[in-house]
Design a protein around this ligand. Structure first.
Ligand code: NAD
Length: 260
């Protein structure tokens, strides 16, 4: 595999995105992390410029890495993140659309504001970022897009209707782009994480239940006996961005929890 590509990772300040950024750096690529600047109102704290700075400090021993503030729901901010990356590293070869938010609850009382925000970030955000990055991707001779979907994009779950619907949309969008961009040689795939102990779980889905309860529950639930890690996702994202004849797939990295 020829290394030295430039990778833009949205939602890269922490969690799965940071693990993906780390894996690309370890593979010899350059990385720009793009995430929220802080202060956004949601049911758990989202990323911030402080977390971005921390990620850059943690990862810079591994290679060339920089960061740019980005709200993926804002088309102008998407264009600015693309311009920053091109200026900093001369182009974009790999776009990792990883930013996402979760909320849960019965559809009967689910707030329309939460529905809209989930679709704005998880679905529209990928469309806006992809549209902004497409001219740069077309200039690369080894271009790929990796969209972070979820096992929730393969199977619905009680009280997770908005999130699951958004992730099914990511898989559909990925398949469509894979066909649309194939003539340009741009591969497009979805990564479907199983369960990774990030803010989504510890600050929302299993809030206040502690690391031990999380590990115990996942050990029971997941056939391979442990939750997934950000490093597991990084390994899979690098594979999806590097496999020269793989496009349009939605790869579950879920310890056997999801086999479809
Ligand atoms: P996380 O909350 O730690 O990371 C998500 C990142 O996205 C945060 O840094 C957040 O600031 C950023 N983000 C949110 N809205 C944004 C916006 N409008 N613009 C730019 N950035 C924004 O959670 P995570 O688990 O690392 O999630 C990463 C991705 O993985 C998400 O797409 C999520 O849906 C998906 N996922 C997570 C799991 C899991 O078990 N944790 C499982 C399947 C899929």
């Amino acid at each position: 595999m020829v290394s030295g590509r430039t990778v833009l990772v949205t939602g890269g300040a922490r969690g799965i995105g940071k693990g993906i950024a780390q894996a690309f750096l370890e593979a010899g690529e350059r990385v720009v992390i793009a995430d929220l600047g802080g202060g956004e109102d949601w049911n758990y704290a989202l990323g911030s410029s402080a977390q971005m700075a921390e990620a850059v400090a943690d990862l810079s021993p591994l290679g060339e890495v920089d960061a740019v503030p980005l709200d993926v729901t804002d088309a102008e901010a998407c264009s600015a993140a693309v311009a920053f990356t091109r200026e900093r590293f001369g182009g974009i070869d790999v776009l990792v659309n990883n930013a996402g938010v979760v909320d849960s609850g019965p559809v009967e009382s689910f707030p329309v504001e939460s529905w809209d925000r989930i679709f704005d970030v998880n679905v529209k955000g990928i469309y806006l970022m992809t549209q902004a990055a497409l001219p740069a991707l077309r200039e690369s001779n080894d271009a790929a897009v990796v969209n972070t979907a979820s096992v929730a994009g393969k199977r619905g779950s009680r009280n997770m209707s908005a999130y699951c619907a958004s992730k099914f949309a990511v898989v559909g969008f990925t398949q469509s782009l894979a066909q649309e961009f194939a003539p340009d040689g741009i591969r497009v795939n979805a990564l479907c994480p199983g369960i990774v102990g990030t803010a989504m779980w510890h600050d929302h889905l299993m809030a206040n239940q502690g690391e031990e309860a999380f590990e115990t529950r996942m050990a029971e639930l997941i056939p391979l006996g442990r939750p997934q890690t950000a490093a597991d996702m990084g390994q899979a994202a690098v594979y999806l961005a590097s496999a020269r004849n793989v496009s349009g797939i939605a790869l579950a990295v879920a310890g056997g929890l999801e086999m479809h």
